[in-house]
Design a protein around this ligand. Structure first.
Ligand SMILES: [Zn+2]
Length: 76
């Protein structure tokens, strides 16, 4: 099974405090439901609240990073 591609998104300036403007991951194949975008960590946003990033930048969302790991990668 090939890995699922992800988009990187971050809340735009002014929508939340700077400490919450972390880089989230959104699964490309099932991250958007109508006008709601759900990140891998379970947060939901309106598309206008997010900017899409072309590369990782800023502080990453640790919960998204952990949620994106497949069991294969977690086993020792
Ligand atoms: Zn997240």
């Amino acid at each position: 099974m090939s890995p699922v591609p992800y988009f990187l998104v971050r809340p735009v300036t002014g929508t939340t405090g700077e400490t919450h403007r972390v880089t989230h991951m959104v699964a490309a194949d099932h991250g958007q439901y109508g006008n709601v975008i759900r990140t891998k960590c379970g947060e939901t946003f309106h598309p206008a609240e997010l900017e899409q990033l072309s590369k990782p930048t800023g502080m990453p969302c640790i919960a998204c990073m952990l949620a994106s790991q497949s069991p294969r990668h977690l086993s020792l």
